[in-house]
Structure formats: structure tokens, C-alpha cells
Design a protein around this ligand. Structure first.
Ligand code: MF3
Ligand code: CO
Length: 291
């Protein structure tokens, strides 16, 4: 139970202003929407200005890492070499790769090729070849602040079917982003993502979603793309979460590799694509912090 603040108490957000001049009206608006039966964010999900500044700095490393991968990725290299690039640039810029030792994860980045849906583990034995599509998912800790985003890279000449999957998945994320509005709902975004994938004959993985991020790697809320407009959690300014749908060319079913307990594959062996952006909800829309 949260302490009920008096009008003249200092606001909970750390602004040092009186509650009545800061978040009181905001809290009351959330409370009214909660009373209508909607899930609403906890205070911990709402970042203050200092936290946002810290997360922004962390995201700069995350973006630089993915840019750097994009400039250097090529057929014939191993995913282990991608891992090394990510580790070296992240640490050179003062950050820590968030995946390293996270829940026992052994590497600094996830590299998921073709029918791998996510959490592909870099290895010197996995060599990129012409025609592959690969998701590189990088996450960074800087001064305790987390950032998380991923991109698809096409290796050399990629066939039209896979290329379309990669492009449509990116469009899904963009349409999802456009549906993020303060005082809207996460389902507005989820449905925008899902509808576009579905209209193109694809499926969207159900079991793995996006997440709040910033003060930890994975925070609440859990972000689904199989949700409906007007449903799921209320979105308010100051929330930061990822949009990261995994879009399958074929059937929606997935399984986890029993050998490493991490890597997720499509059940039917068809390709899967994913882009991930980290979004800050603002007073009048949304800002992409990392991509
Ligand atoms: N970066 C992934 C995400 O987008 C999480 C990877 S967990 C790891 O949420 F341990 F595999 F890195
Ligand atoms: Co993520």
C-alpha cells in the first residue's frame, strides 16, 4: 500500500515540489482510470527526469554498438566475433553488456539467425553466410541505467521472402510506436503490431514480449503484441518500455533449445524476425530512446 501524500508534502517523484503542484492531479487521473477497471502503472514504472537522463546516456552506447555491428557484420564471420565487438565497444564507452551473466547467460549479446526466434548464443562455430538474416540484440548498463534494443541485419543478398519478413517486422514496430499515446493503453500498440503482421500473412510470438526497462533489465509491465485496442495497462508519461515483436513467417509455435535452455526456435523451421526499440512516453506522444 502506498503512503497517501498530503497536498503540501513533497512529491514522490523527487522533484522537491509540493505534491499538489506536481503529481497530485496526475495520480488522481490514474486512480479514476483504475476505478474503471483498467490495470494502471505503479509509481516505480514512472521515471523522473534524472533517471531519464541516465537511461538516455546508456542508450547512446546501445545505439553506437548496433551501428558498429552494422558497419562490420559480413558473411564469413562468426557470431563470436560479433560478441567480441559488442563487448569491446560497450566497455570502451564505459558501459557493461547487460546480457553477460544475466540469469547465467554466457555472452554479451544475443545473435539469432533465420529460424532462431531469439536468444541465439554467439559461438565461434556459427558462421554467417550470404542470405542469412540475423537479429543482434544488445543491452547496456551505464551507471546502473539500462538500455535495450535490437536490429535485423541482412547478410549479402537475401531472398525476397526473408527480406519482406524483415521489412514488415520493422513496419510493425513503427506502427506500434505510432499507437503509443499517453493516457492510451498498451493494447493500442499491441493490436497495431499484430494487425500489420497478420495482414501480411505472418504470426506474432505470444510467449515472449517486451518489458519496462531503465532501472533494471526487465521491469514491469510485460508487453504483449496479442492484445486488443483499449486493453492492457494504461500508458502514462514517464514510462519506458520496449516494443520488440518476434514475427514468424510461418506458424506461431516456438520451442526452447534443450541443450542450452536459452535459444528459441520456430517449431516449423521457418524464419523469424525481430526489431526492438526502447520508448519513453512523453506528455504528447512517445520518444524513441534506442533503436
Ligand atoms: N535483450 C533481450 C530482451 O530484449 C533479453 C535477453 S536476456 C539474455 O529483452 F540474457 F539473453 F541476454
Ligand atoms: Co528487451
Amino acid at each position: 500500500m502506498l503512503k497517501k501524500l498530503g497536498r503540501n508534502d513533497k512529491c514522490w517523484c523527487g522533484s522537491k515540489r509540493k505534491y499538489k503542484q506536481c503529481h497530485q492531479a496526475f495520480d488522481e487521473k490514474i486512480e479514476r482510470i483504475a476505478q474503471q477497471g483498467h490495470p494502471v502503472p505503479e509509481r516505480e514504472m514512472i521515471k523522473n527526469a534524472d533517471q531519464i537522463a541516465g537511461i538516455r546516456q546508456s542508450a547512446k552506447i546501445n545505439i553506437a554498438v548496433l551501428d558498429h555491428v552494422g558497419q562490420n557484420i559480413h558473411a564469413g564471420m562468426s557470431t563470436e566475433e560479433i560478441d567480441q565487438m559488442v563487448y569491446e565497444l560497450t566497455t570502451k564507452m564505459g558501459g557493461i553488456p547487460a546480457p553477460l551473466h544475466y540469469d547465467g547467460y554466457p555472452k554479451s549479446v544475443c545473435t539469432s539467425i533465420n529460424n532462431q526466434v531469439c536468444h541465439g548464443i554467439p559461438s565461434k562455430d556459427v558462421i554467417l553466410k550470404e542470405g542469412d538474416i540475423i537479429n543482434v540484440d544488445a543491452s547496456t548498463i551505464l551507471n546502473g541505467y539500462y538500455s535495450d534494443s535490437s536490429r535485423m541485419y541482412c547478410i549479402g543478398d537475401v531472398g525476397p521472402e526473408k527480406k519482406r519478413l524483415v521489412e514488415v517486422t520493422k513496419e510493425c514496430v513503427q506502427l506500434g510506436l505510432e499507437a503509443v499515446k499517453p493516457w492510451g493503453f498498451l493494447g493500442d500498440m499491441g493490436q497495431a503490431v499484430h494487425d500489420h503482421a497478420f495482414a501480411n500473412g505472418y504470426t506474432v510470438v505470444r510467449e515472449i514480449g517486451g518489458h519496462g526497462v531503465g532501472l533494471a533489465f526487465h521491469e514491469d509491465p510485460w508487453v504483449s503484441y496479442n492484445s486488443k485496442r483499449g486493453e492492457e495497462m494504461l500508458i502514462v508519461p514517464g514510462m519506458i518500455f520496449t516494443i520488440e515483436p518476434m514475427v514468424n513467417m510461418g506458424r506461431v509455435e516456438i520451442y526452447v533449445d534443450e541443450a542450452n535452455d536459452w535459444t528459441v526456435y520456430t517449431e516449423d523451421g521457418k524464419p523469424s524476425a525481430q526489431w526492438e526499440i526502447m520508448v519513453l512516453v512523453t506528455e504528447d506522444g512517445a520518444e524513441v530512446l534506442s533503436y
